[in-house]
Design a protein around this ligand. Structure first.
Ligand SMILES: *[C@@H]1O[C@H](CO)[C@@H](O)[C@H](O)[C@H]1NC(C)=O
Ligand SMILES: *[C@@H]1O[C@H](CO)[C@@H](O)[C@H](O)[C@H]1NC(C)=O
Ligand SMILES: *[C@@H]1O[C@H](CO)[C@@H](O)[C@H](O)[C@H]1NC(C)=O
Ligand SMILES: *[C@@H]1O[C@H](CO)[C@@H](O)[C@H](O)[C@H]1NC(C)=O
Ligand SMILES: *[C@@H]1O[C@H](CO)[C@@H](O)[C@H](O)[C@H]1NC(C)=O
Ligand SMILES: *[C@@H]1O[C@H](CO)[C@@H](O)[C@H](O)[C@H]1NC(C)=O
Ligand SMILES: *[C@@H]1O[C@H](CO)[C@@H](O)[C@H](O)[C@H]1NC(C)=O
Ligand SMILES: *[C@@H]1O[C@H](CO)[C@@H](O)[C@H](O)[C@H]1NC(C)=O
Length: 577
């Protein structure tokens, strides 16, 4: 193909690592890059994407805009000593007694909060007694914004419950309403719903449910979520905008180690994460050590992909827990579960699982084209078990869904990939100079075999810290290498995407946030710099240099059909070590 860019605008990006240590030899070095703007090879349209894992409270207490933590009191199923954590009492034991029991109206999440109020009217201390939830290290409440509060209630008597958003000490009320119901109305479980408009801003607020009426009541599935979310689908706006700005062409989810769980009973099982949020049981994310209510479930990941204009890449559980620690005795159940998950995403609304999706107001199939058979099991001592089970998934998926592309996590070079697959995972976390040199890792990879999916990469350790320019430069060299090898490397995404400053279980990360603020690390902005690589023309470049410092360079060109212009982007990165 001959491709002649006309009226190109040249963008030149250079970085010089030697600024801090100028030397005679550096000053004497010279480099010249010759770019042949005729011809070239197209980089895949789906080259740059993102990988979301539920790690570092990336979703619960992060991208997912739900403000209440442990909203169904189910976390007690995991750890009894945590009781109703992070819920706390307002009042003392002489005026209020709370406990949990299994009286909920929901089948899969039976735990409910039982609240017995002993005081009445003026005899109640601090005006009224009850419970509050501080969210995930404080709720972000903004003046003028509206919050939808939902909870389920059952009571032996009539109720007058004050529902409010307050400062972290409970002293300043940001929004309040009184919910009043007769005993007859709430003698059985009843859904209570109200909208609260905040009169003040407070990034460290809490939700309170209080009363001064003597009696016994049960509370379950308490939700507080801003009405204004990304595309009205429940995602936090600022964080969603940051990932949208990376123009991801795909979204790999939901993990990572989150997929398998350290124990299988703690794995992400998609069926428990779809349907009405109130009915989802939630589960303990033992890989990263926190409870998730699973409001951000399989459906929401598919929805987010669609909202971002990214293809979903679903990593499903293959019946092995993290690194093969534990295995299901009957893998065919997991094969079935994977097939049903695909049916949920793309099946006809009249199919069994397609109808569940349709009931969630998405009758149109999602654009699911890729699935991955687990995460990293082939890296472990259990690689033989993975290799034994893998064909069972592959064969059945290809039989029922021949167009779905399947991703193995056996690496061609390391694990002797010996089974059919469309793509295979490549993961790398290393220091800056090593990642920079890995630009050449795929130079000699077979061009006739399956494609490579670089589904996790980052400079980590001392060089990475909690985000550094050095890390970004190591990654830059690697990415230039991937651009140049994009005839065999089909897709690439960085990991991890998010970290909540209150739960740094992995460093560094691309986006750092607390309840109301977020910033991108150098690794985030480096990715941002590569967003226009997807689908661009890779031009042939020749570097002529007498420099002893390794230098990596690439040139890409792309049409903008809107103004019939093209741009040429040249990237030059010297090694920083
Ligand atoms: C590199 O080339 C430049 C220009 O030709 C020259 O001035 C310089 O001395 C050379 N440096 C080395 C280290 O050979
Ligand atoms: C530039 O690339 C075109 C197409 O591959 C080729 O025909 C031409 O000879 C190249 N020009 C130079 C100067 O290498
Ligand atoms: C339960 O939580 C408590 C408090 O965080 C902790 O000390 C304990 O180790 C946990 N137990 C289990 C079994 O996880
Ligand atoms: C509900 O409680 C509030 C606060 O104690 C009180 O002002 C209000 O009058 C009560 N409403 C009813 C109908 O009892
Ligand atoms: C209470 O509600 C549940 C669920 O809606 C229903 O199955 C049950 O029959 C109701 N009980 C009474 C006593 O009305
Ligand atoms: C495994 O599960 C399949 C599908 O449910 C079932 O037909 C089969 O009998 C099970 N095998 C064993 C050994 O439990
Ligand atoms: C970087 O990592 C590579 C590969 O593990 C190692 O050989 C090298 O010594 C490391 N370099 C530094 C500066 O730590
Ligand atoms: C790029 O240019 C070099 C030097 O002219 C040539 O050897 C190589 O084949 C070219 N590569 C492509 C893909 O055109």
């Amino acid at each position: 193909m001959v491709w002649l860019p006309t009226r190109c605008i040249a963008l030149l990006f250079c970085c010089f690592s030697s600024v801090e240590r100028p030397s005679v030899s550096n000053r004497n070095q010279k480099a010249e890059l010759v770019v042949n703007a005729s011809g070239g090879r197209q980089i895949p349209e789906t080259f740059f994407g993102i990988f979301f894992e539920e790690i570092n409270h990336a979703g619960a207490g992060g991208l997912w805009a739900e403000l209440v933590s442990n909203r169904g009191f189910e976390a007690v199923r995991q750890n009894k000593s945590l009781n109703i954590h992070p819920w706390s009492l307002i009042g003392d034991e002489s005026s209020i007694i709370v406990s949990t029991d299994r009286s909920s109206c929901f089948k899969r999440n039976k735990i409910a909060l039982r609240m017995e109020v002993l005081c009445d009217g003026d005899t109640c201390p601090v005006g009224r007694v009850g419970v509050y939830n501080p969210g995930f290290w404080g709720m972000d409440i903004k003046q003028g914004k509206i919050y939808k509060i939902v909870f389920y209630l059952r009571s032996l008597t009539s109720v007058n419950i004050s529902v409010s958003l307050t400062s972290s000490d409970g002293l300043r009320t940001l929004a309040n309403t009184n919910l009043i119901a007769s005993a007859g109305d709430v003698s059985n479980w009843t859904k209570m719903e109200t909208l609260l408009e905040a009169e003040e801003t407070n990034p460290n607020a809490r939700l309170q449910l209080k009363t001064s009426k003597k009696g016994v009541m049960w509370i379950d599935q308490v939700s507080a979520i801003p009405l204004d979310t990304y595309k009205s689908h429940g995602f936090r706006n600022d964080l969603s905008e940051m990932i949208a700005n990376l123009k991801p062409r795909f979204l790999r989810f939901p993990g990572g180690n989150f997929v398998g769980g350290d124990l299988l009973r703690n794995a992400f099982r998609w069926k428990d994460t779809v349907g009405p949020w109130e009915e989802r049981p939630g589960h303990f994310n033992d890989a990263w050590n926190y409870w998730t209510d699973d409001g951000l479930g399989y459906f929401e990941f598919l929805q987010l992909s669609e909202d971002l204009g990214a293809l979903p890449i679903w990593v499903f559980n293959n019946g092995m827990s993290n690194l093969g620690r534990e295995k299901a005795s009957n893998v065919s159940l997991f094969v079935q579960e994977a097939l049903e998950g695909i049916e949920f995403a793309i099946g006809d609304p009249s199919s069994k699982w397609g109808s569940v999706r349709a009931a969630m107001r998405h009758p149109k199939p999602f654009d699911l084209r890729y699935v991955a058979v687990g995460n990293e099991e082939c890296y472990s001592m259990e690689k033989n078990a993975y290799k034994e089970n893998y064909p069972k998934f592959y064969d059945m998926i290809k039989r029922y869904y021949p167009n779905i592309k399947v991703i193995s996590n056996c690496d061609e070079s390391v694990d002797q990939l010996d089974h059919p697959t469309d793509l295979y995972d490549f993961h790398i976390y290393t220091n800056a100079s090593d990642l920079f040199s890995k630009a050449h890792h795929f130079d000699h990879t077979s061009r006739s075999g399956p494609k490579v999916f670089v589904s996790e990469y980052a400079v980590s350790g001392k060089d990475g810290g909690t985000g550094s320019l050095l890390a970004a430069l190591g990654e830059a060299g690697f990415l230039v290498g991937l651009e140049r090898n994009s005839d065999v490397v089909a897709m690439v995404c960085y990991a991890p995407l998010f970290v909540n400053v209150h739960d740094r279980s992995w460093n560094p990360d691309a986006i750092v946030f607390n309840s109301n603020q977020a910033y991108g690390t150098p690794s985030y902005w480096l990715q941002h710099f590569f967003t226009d690589t997807s689908g661009a023309m890779l031009l042939n470049t020749t570097l002529l240099t007498n420099s002893s410092t390794p230098i990596l360079a690439s040139a890409i060109a792309q049409w903008n059909s809107n103004d019939n212009m093209c741009f040429l982007k040249v990237k030059v990165f010297p090694s920083c070590s």
